[in-house]
Design a protein around this ligand. Structure first.
Ligand code: WTA
Length: 651
């Protein structure tokens, strides 16, 4: 057993069938699974034709003549900004596209007509600078309306964009801009973050000393902080668009033309430029957005509370919602500014009906306490979603009990930058959910959990998550590195996509994502997922958040080391520590009992909120700490290292 896959330790038996009233009105219905099972290519082709307006409808579904370089709808022609804007204007131009909320409290309401005007003017501005189809444009901005405007303008003129998260440093800009040879860099003077200014333009200035391909830097005035503008190179956004007309002929794009590059970090230092193309990506985005979020364009106020710098924001703040003519919230700031109820106050004010966030945010809400959501009327919510990490069953229950009104379905959505759109998720009107399970692949997607040799594990087993058929929104390659594309995703199990995640499949065929394969521990020959031990810890009322790693151990190969953040009102005592160890043993078995537990006020996280277990492994093994500059909270690492040191001295 230990050789074949990953242990299945955590049992979770709670089941939440979809409420009948929800099912009766749901967009996604059970027959879609049958349709897609019968012929997945025909299913996706139907979605592509029905949900997208094409200049030339595709006659071909999947082209698999050169795997793993798959193509979808490859003789189709379309323009994505046309699909997100123009086609809505005649009947629904007055509808709000974004209720934008600035961190300091300023707001903007942007209709589809206004958004279209801004996109067209900026697209003309880009063309006036000589940007043409195929030129790469890098975007490094805060969460302001000009960010989706910039992306859509690029899509309009066929210039692939590459959004660089606004929390990254000048060095990250340099790597990413140089990898793709971008011609233009779009930024803001600065961005608000908890009341202080992030100097985006200064970072660009530093980066542009080492990015020879950048010809122009376009700057949105958001903060009005002092910035330096280099004559000829730097141009204010408002000056560029001032005299531009609000009509800009969209470029006719082939379905397989590059839409964007989005960098995601790999195991080596060099980030991977994930490539998404036009027709297949949009098909995945509109279809999954409509089905998973049960979108009713006329009544919903939808909020994906991610940052557009991540793929979640690309697909579920920009392309999916706009193509589906949805009204969205877009919020500039952090959830705890000026107070820890900011998100709940926005939900109340705008009557948000659908809310999508990350488990890491939910665990922060748990730590802060339920008094914050309780201050607000959240009864407008009818659907909740999560993405980005496995959600611990107790965080799922907290979300269910304290944010969703009674019986509000939760969609736990598994996907990746590489997959472009949601892959494994409940359909909220069809699937009975289990806290902590992303449930089953969506219609048209097929996944399999396999052992090291690539054989499917039996129900009840654990192993490695693979996707066994191509899908329209899949990445096409890694920019400039086809070889790395093949070796990272298609070589471990020839012919199928290797996601890099561990997973288990239960007796009902439900999938439970166990986290990145690199995080799996090996204790006395048993492969144990960090996620299951963390979930056992978080199920104790005192624990808000936990991270678990395998620390080198002479006896057992690896021993389980846990790092635990307590809920505000609990004290860090030795008694509690012992209680937590026994709690894990009683929940999932003695084999999973942590050898050490260290209390810490916070855990090291990436900027997108994922726990950085690699650093905790370094700490546990008393190694020199790796690079911490890309963390959201680098100061916490030294604090934890000091605690661990003290712990070792005590021993
Ligand atoms: C993890 C984010 C469990 C997983 C869209 C995946 C999840 C990685 C879930 C991709 C989920 C994402 N349950 N794990 N619902 N969603 N993950 O590229 O490890 O930022 O491989 O894309 O996040 O992260 P990325």
């Amino acid at each position: 057993m230990a050789d074949s896959g990953i242990e299945n330790l955590l049992q979770e038996d709670r089941l939440f069938p979809p409420p009948r009233e929800f099912s009766e009105q749901a967009v996604g219905t059970a027959d879609l699974y049958e349709e897609a099972d019968a012929d997945y290519i025909a299913y996706w082709t139907r979605q592509a034709k029905e949900r997208i307006t094409w200049y030339k409808e595709p006659t071909e579904g999947l082209d698999d003549s050169n795997p793993p370089f798959f193509k979808w709808f490859s003789d189709g022609e379309l323009n994505i900004s046309y699909n997100c804007l123009d086609r809505h204007l005649e009947t629904g131009g007055d509808k709000v596209a974004y209720h934008w909320v600035g961190e300091p409290g300023d707001t903007r309401t942007i209709t589809y007509t206004e958004l279209s005007d801004e996109v067209n003017r900026f697209a003309n501005g880009l063309r006036s600078l000589g940007v043409v189809k195929g030129d790469r444009v890098a975007i490094y901005m805060g969460m302001v309306p000009e960010l989706p405007v910039a992306m859509l303008a690029c899509a309009r003129i066929g210039a692939p964009h590459s959004v660089i998260f606004g929390g990254f440093s000048a060095d990250s800009i340099i790597d990413r801009v140089n990898d793709q040879g971008a011609k233009v860099l779009i930024t803001c003077d600065g961005a608000w973050r908890r009341g202080s200014v992030v100097p985006l333009k200064d970072n660009c200035d530093r980066a542009m000393e080492e990015t020879p391909t950048i010809e122009h830097c376009l700057v949105v005035k958001r903060i009005e902080n002092d910035v330096s503008m280099v004559d000829g190179r730097d141009i204010w956004w408002h000056d560029l668009v001032e005299h531009q007309p609000t009509e800009c002929e969209p470029e006719v794009m082939n379905a397989e033309d590059l839409l964007y590059i989005l960098y995601t970090s790999g195991t080596t230092a060099k980030p991977k430029g994930i490539m998404h193309t036009t027709g297949g990506y949009l098909t995945g985005a509109v279809t999954t957005h409509a089905l998973v979020f049960d979108i009713k364009p006329d009544s919903d106020v939808y909020w994906c509370a991610a940052d557009i710098g991540w793929v979640t924001g690309h697909t579920y703040i920009v392309y999916g919602p706009l193509a589906n003519h949805t009204t969205s919230i877009m919020y500039e700031g952090t959830p705890d500014y000026p107070d820890k109820d900011r998100l709940w106050s926005i939900i109340e004010e705008y009557g948000v009906t659908i809310f999508y966030t990350a488990p890491t945010a939910i665990r922060a809400f748990m730590k802060w306490g339920e008094q914050y959501p309780q201050r607000h009327d959240l009864s407008s919510l009818r659907l909740l979603g999560t993405v980005g990490e496995p959600i611990n069953p107790s965080a799922w229950m907290w979300y269910h009990d304290h944010i969703g009104p009674q019986d509000c379905p939760i969609v736990d959505t598994w996907w990746q930058t590489e997959t472009g759109a949601i892959m494994i998720s409940p359909l909220p009107g069809v699937t009975a959910t289990k806290p902590g399970s992303a449930t089953k692949p969506l219609p048209g997607i097929s996944a399999s959990v396999v052992d090291v040799e690539g054989h499917p594990v039996p129900l009840g087993g654990g192993g490695y998550l693979t996707i066994t058929q191509p899908w329209p929104a899949m990445l096409r390659s890694i920019y400039g590195d086809d070889e790395r594309y093949v070796s990272t995703y298609w070589s471990r199990y020839p012919g199928v996509y290797f996601a890099g995640d561990g997973a288990k499949i239960d007796e009902d065929g439900y999938l439970w994502i166990l986290g990145r394969v690199d995080d799996v521990m090996n204790v006395s020959g048993h492969r144990i997922s960090t996620m299951e031990v963390e979930s056992a810890l978080v199920s104790h009322p005192s624990v808000a958040e936990a991270a678990v790693v395998g620390a080198a151990d002479e006896l057992t190969g690896q021993a389980i080391a846990a790092f635990v953040t307590l809920v505000g009102s609990f004290e860090e005592t030795d008694g509690l520590l012992e209680e937590l160890r026994s709690h894990v043993a009683s929940k999932i078995g003695a084999i999973a009992k942590p050898k050490t537990i260290i209390f810490t006020p916070d855990l090291p996280k990436t900027r997108s909120g994922k726990i950085m277990r690699r650093l905790l492994r370094d700490i546990s093994d008393n190694r020199v700490l790796g690079d911490v500059t890309t963390l959201a909270n680098s100061e916490i690492v030294q604090a934890i290292a000091d605690q661990a040191e003290a712990y070792r001295d005590d021993d």
